[in-house]
Design a protein around this ligand. Structure first.
Ligand code: NAD
Length: 335
């Protein structure tokens, strides 16, 4: 059997080699191309293909050609599948799979890193140290176990965030329309307003939906404690970024940690050291010493990359072998 991995990254090479060793008789070739009408012919002669979510496949020709090559699936190594034309895939008998979660723990540890960095004023300390100023002014901190951590959206990632902070002795509260009994020993469910008003650390973990777009706006920031630390490692547009900047500048909140920001596509993961990056909000956030920014790396750990590759390959094998994968994306049912 031969599989072709499109859009492959350097960090996947070792995992792929190990997987090939563990699966004798299956060969994987990898390239850096996205699947497009121009590149789809590369898949000829392969039994299956894999790609990532930043590979827009909106041209029917791609699905038609894959079908004509006898290929029955496209396995995404990532979660989002907005880039896939599900109707066209189904019309050509091509199943789409995704990896719903690579490592929820990885995001939760990044949230912890932002929180502790901000809580201990390490931005301020390192900036002073860069010109040999080792003074203590304004560096007195609070300890995590005296604080309340408030989670908006306690799903796969939010519940890991809850476990991490609970293990450190924090009081954990969460707002989520779904109450999971297995989390009762970790967190207390409350409503959104209680999280926003009472938490010392507020961390966002909802999907981006119509109902969550800009759910944290100017009014919500105004309802937070002025000592609150706000973290967003979910999706940029869950937060009104202009309102976040205003809240920071007006000292309505104390600090913010940002792993996702509106209009981050084509910025995060790219190098702008020699040219101006185009996101005005990001520029402004980076100037503030009470803000930490990471370039959407919450997911990016060794375990997550291993899971992305291994789970997507397992999905591909299932479908090629005529079985089902739990990660098949179904076409939405229309009225
Ligand atoms: P999930 O579906 O497992 O959990 C989301 C939770 O949010 C669910 O429990 C849902 O009931 C809840 N929810 C939905 N609407 C809500 C609302 N209005 N208020 C409160 N709760 C609400 O998703 P997940 O895998 O935990 O992912 C959470 C977010 O993290 C997503 O936005 C995802 O895109 C993002 N993410 C970020 C990274 C990163 O690198 N920073 C990596 C993976 C996922």
């Amino acid at each position: 059997m031969k599989l072709l991995m499109f859009n492959s990254l350097e960090d996947e090479v070792d995992v792929i080699k190990q997987w090939e060793k563990d699966h004798p008789g299956i060969k994987i070739d990898a390239n850096q191309e996205t699947i497009t009408p121009e590149t789809v012919d590369l898949a000829k002669g392969y039994d299956g293909v894999l790609t990532q979510q930043d590979n827009l496949i909106d041209d029917p020709v791609v699905y038609q050609k894959l079908h004509s090559f006898g290929i029955k699936q496209i396995s995404l190594r990532t979660t989002g599948y907005e880039t896939i034309d599900l109707k066209e895939a189904a019309a050509n008998d091509i199943k789409i799979t995704n990896v719903p979660a690579y490592s929820p723990r990885s995001v939760s540890e990044l949230v912890l890193a932002h929180t502790m960095w901000l809580l201990r004023h390490l931005n301020v300390a390192t900036q002073r140290e860069s010109h040999n100023d080792f003074t203590w002014d304004n560096l007195q901190a609070r300890e995590i176990h005296e604080l309340t951590v408030g989670i908006i959206g306690a799903g796969k990632i939010g519940s890991e965030v809850a476990r991490v902070f609970k293990a450190l002795g924090a009081n954990v509260i969460a707002a989520d329309p779904i109450h999971r009994p297995e989390l009762n020993s970790v967190l207390t469910y409350v409503d959104h307003q209680t999280v926003f008003e009472q938490a010392d650390i507020i961390t966002m973990h909802t999907p981006l939906l119509d109902s969550t777009y800009h759910m944290v706006d100017q009014d919500v920031f105004r309802s937070m404690k002025s000592s609150a630390i706000f973290i967003n490692a979910s999706r940029g547009a869950v937060v009104d970024t202009s309102a976040l900047l205003l809240a920071l500048k007006n000292k309505e909140i104390a600090a913010a940690g940002v792993d996702t920001i509106e209009n981050e596509a084509n910025i995060f993961s790219k190098d702008f050291s020699k040219k101006q990056q185009p996101n005005q909000w990001l520029d402004e956030l980076l100037k503030l010493d009470n803000v930490t920014v990471s370039p959407h790396i919450g997911f990016y750990t060794d375990i997550a990359v291993k899971n992305m590759v291994e789970i997507s390959l397992a999905d591909a094998l299932s479908i090629i072998n005529g079985k089902h994968s739990l990660h098949e994306i179904r076409l939405p049912i229309e009225d």
